[in-house]
Design a protein around this ligand. Structure first.
Ligand code: OAK
Length: 833
């Protein structure tokens, strides 16, 4: 390609091609240029928002220069690429990350200062990109950071929602949802109006003869919607690699159909069609670990899968390789089952459009795809009704039936005397209506299936996917324990700690090789180091105390023990256990003498997180937390001994302030329910200790940091089923301390008891599915051990330092290298300067 362009032309392009700014003065020049020309502002009317926009545009220019070069490099070398398909990318803010990743934050700070701005205020103007619900979406964002940092040729594919996750407001203690319109003036995306794909829905399947007389299926008529690409540059840390996140936006196809309507004077209906097309990418479904089976959600899934695959296939076809080489060029990872239709769509492209034989096509498909499962919760497992799919995607349903037929035939051969297994593993559940089990398609259509922590992967093999282990052998199933990117969750969120560590280790190399943190253990007795470490934690607590004051009006004493639980609100995550524990503590303090109160360790219990708008029990838990806060925080008799805070609208940028400020954080899900958890890692990486159950990655965190450095409690996963069974048959005794808590609630201590009756009844009367009562005693006594341990400041500090030193395993860099080796078989693409 390069050689076909005449030298003089190339010379002219080289001469005038854009250059990155490399120092403060050049940055300032770019900033002022953007403010004056792109934004049409001046010295006299440049507010903080304009300063943010100008800074973002200057950095965006830098990223896009490297983005172009990266894409050219990847195209020329033409090696295998990774495509990460995720319905959620919870990116948070981009500017601070871009500054740190390209190593120009200091230059930006000084440049902004010259022009009269504080960099923190400027960074604070950015609206979070909140295209995700929780763990799954944030993991995708951390993966993109590591993929770029490690120089993997990789693209993310997602949806460009007009509305991300809703903004949460707390009104009279209740959660209210406010739409999050975030796209105005978003400098981080590049619309590609030239990159569009027409996506079809509905219609019928006809059998036709092709030119060789072979009978082929043809999907005809139906409606089409256009997918338009929007690209977001993803810079790696300390590397020139800048990868791409491609988000699809929906709009009406500019087909004749619309023109006919316009011409026929049917203006209103033409506009309505347009709006209905735009609805597809309008809003992120706000459910975490819950699937509702709505048609529009299935439309979103197909729209995004089909557009992404068209794009991937188009890129592959440019190389003129044989189809058999597709899996050598392309690895596609499914982030949970949401993109499972990509498997079906790929098979459709190969057999219906490219004319391959079924077996040859299917072999290519299975070698290409990998599937990551993120949850064992039954309510989160995707099933789509057959009639719904028949109507929306008639050809895909046929292909699903064929996949199922061939699969069941092979199972029957393998287990000739076992009728039961066929109905258990069938993709089609024989219910009314029949349902398509998406996880089964994902397993059958992939060469590797992985869970996100050891316990979770073991549970998949021994329960949910047991039959498939018998069928395919255990090698198809693997574990890749989650991590977090240390760039955002240490360096960006906790710059002071990052510099202190760098000072001791002789540089910031630990940010790209987190195992180097182990060298910190040598300084655990270093007095000066310990003093600085403690000081940084205090400062971070002060920073959070200011956020709390600004957002809730409550004043908290930063000397208190900060106990934090921030994550989506869900019964399985058991924020109710936490708030019942807080009530227990409150009642205890109320009953104490003055002398006893002197011994109480002052504590601030901090909560944050969103409930799915239709999840009433989760909303009730939020309501209870806020009512308890109102009573406790205004009880002068208790004062600083206990404060309860609910931080409104928990999101990525608030997490960056919250995670560095914990003394202890809570990861207390019913054993066996949390896939991994990743906030546990963020808190420990920032020097907080944790209280948790033997669940998800808590188990591996314990193995790494040592069981003397973590507060574990509660029943084990292996005992959960038996306990539930016993409850079901009436063998249930409410824990006596919990009974007192319930009595206080029922005596209207926190407002109208009726507001909380569903919550207490779920435990007392309806079987306590999440084992709150079973774990209550163990939880409360473990919290007492936390108090005790916190009194010994020196030992607590040693635990904090030692834990951080042993967190090297939990970087997404390690995670991505594991995926690359064991699932994708891809190599990084070295960048020459
Ligand atoms: C969201 C929607 C559907 C299914 C799963 C999720 C989800 O967010 N799962 C979470 O994924 C995280 C990343 O792997 C895990 O750390 C969490 O434990 C898991 O709940």
């Amino acid at each position: 390609v390069e050689a076909s362009i005449p030298e003089p032309l190339r010379e002219a392009w080289r001469k005038y091609s854009a250059h990155e700014f490399t120092n403060k003065d050049e940055f300032e020049r770019e900033l002022v240029r953007h403010i004056e020309t792109t934004l049409a502002r001046s010295l006299y009317n440049c507010d903080e928002l304009a300063a943010y926009s100008g800074t973002a545009l200057a950095f965006r220019d830098r990223l896009i220069i490297e983005w172009n070069r990266t894409q050219q490099r990847q195209t020329f070398t033409d090696q295998k690429r990774v495509y990460y398909l995720s319905l959620e990318f919870l990116m948070g803010r981009a500017l601070d990350n871009a500054m740190l990743n390209v190593g120009m934050k200091d230059a930006a700070r000084e440049g902004l200062q010259d022009l009269g701005f504080r960099i923190e205020d400027v960074i604070g103007q950015e609206h979070d990109a909140a295209l995700g619900n929780g763990g799954l979406g944030r993991l995708a964002a951390c993966f993109l950071d590591s993929l770029a940092t490690l120089n993997y040729p990789a693209w993310g594919y997602g949806l460009r929602y007009r509305y991300g996750i809703f903004k949460q407001e707390i009104v009279n203690g209740y959660q209210m949802e406010v739409p999050d319109y975030w796209l105005d003036n978003n400098p981080w995306e590049f619309p590609r109006h030239d990159i569009t794909v027409d996506i079809k829905f509905y219609g019928q399947v006809k059998k036709k003869q092709d030119e060789n007389g072979k009978l082929v299926a043809s999907w005809e008529e139906g409606e089409t919607v256009q997918a338009v690409a929007y690209d977001v540059p993803i810079p790696g840390y300390g590397t020139k690699t800048t990868n791409n996140l491609r988000l699809w936006s929906s709009k009406a196809s500019s087909g004749e159909f619309d023109f006919q309507k316009f011409n026929a004077g049917d203006y209103e209906s033409a506009v309505a069609d347009q709006q209905s097309a735009e609805t597809i990418s309008a809003v992120l479904y706000p459910n975490d670990n819950l699937e509702r089976g709505k048609e529009l959600r299935l439309k979103q899934q197909y729209f995004w899968c089909a557009a992404s695959l068209y794009d991937i296939v188009r890129r592959f076809k440019k190389t003129k390789r044989a189809w058999s080489e597709f899996p050598d060029q392309v690895a596609i990872q499914l982030n949970d089952t949401h993109p499972t239709l990509a498997i079906v769509e790929m098979q459709r492209i190969l057999i219906d459009i490219e004319g391959l034989e079924w077996d040859e096509a299917w072999n290519i498909v299975t070698k290409t795809f990998g599937y990551t499962n993120h949850t064992v919760l039954p309510e989160a497992l995707e099933k789509w009704s057959v009639p719904l799919m028949q109507n929306l995607l008639p050809r895909h349903l046929q292909i699903i039936y064929d996949i199922n037929l061939y699969f069941l035939q092979s199972v029957e051969k393998q287990f000739p005397n076992d009728r039961e297994i066929l109905s258990r593993v069938s993709i089609i559940e024989e219910s009314h209506p029949k349902m398509v089990r998406m996880a089964y398609i994902a397993i059958i259509g992939s060469h590797k299936v992985n869970g996100v922590a050891e316990l979770h992967s073991d549970l998949l093999k021994s329960t949910l996917f047991k039959d498939f282990v018998d069928i395919y052998g255990v090698d198809r199933f693997t574990n890749v324990t989650n991590g977090v990117t240390p760039r955002r969750w240490l360096h960006q969120a906790n710059p002071a700690l990052s510099s202190l560590i760098a000072e001791k280790l002789g540089g910031h190399e630990f940010l790209t090789d987190l195992t180097l943190l182990d060298k910190l253990e040598a300084f655990v007795d270093d007095k000066d180091f310990r003093r600085k470490w403690a000081h940084i934690k205090s400062d971070n607590k002060l920073r959070l105390a200011r956020l709390i004051k600004d957002t809730t009006g409550y004043t908290v004493n930063p000397e208190s023990l900060f106990d934090i639980q921030v994550k989506r609100i869900h019964e399985y995550k058991r924020q109710q256990l936490n708030i019942f524990g807080v009530i227990h503590r409150y009642l205890k303090i109320k009953g104490m003498s003055a002398a006893e109160r002197k011994k109480v360790v002052p504590r601030v219990s901090i909560f944050g997180g969103k409930a799915a708008p239709g999840y009433w029990m989760a909303k009730t838990i939020i309501h209870l937390i806020n009512k308890v806060a109102a009573v406790v925080n205004n009880d002068s008799d208790v004062g600083d001994l206990l404060k309860v805070i609910f931080i409104e609208d928990y999101n990525v940028s608030k997490a960056e302030i919250i995670c560095p400020a914990s003394d202890i954080s809570e990861h207390i899900s019913t054993a066996g329910t949390e896939g991994s958890g990743t906030s546990n890692m963020k808190f420990v990486l920032n020097g907080g200790l944790i209280i948790g159950t033997c669940d998800g990655a808590n188990i591996e965190i314990t193995r790494e940091i040592g069981d003397q450095n973590i507060f574990l409690f509660g029943n084990l996963a292996e005992d959960v089923e038996d306990l539930r069974h016993r409850h079901f048959y009436g063998d249930f005794q409410l824990d006596p301390a919990l009974e007192k808590v319930f009595k206080a609630i029922k005596d209207n201590m926190f407002g109208d008891a009726g507001d909380f009756s569903a919550l207490t009844a779920s435990i007392e009367e309806h079987g306590d599915y999440y084992l709150v009562s079973d774990d209550f005693h163990s939880y409360v006594t473990t919290q007492e051990m936390v108090d005790e341990a916190f009194l010994n400041k020196e030992e607590w500090l040693a635990k904090s330092i030692t834990s951080v030193a042993r967190m090297g395993f939990f970087s997404t860099d390690r995670v991505i290298n594991e995926y690359a080796d064991s699932i994708w078989n891809v190599e990084p693409l070295a960048v020459k300067d």
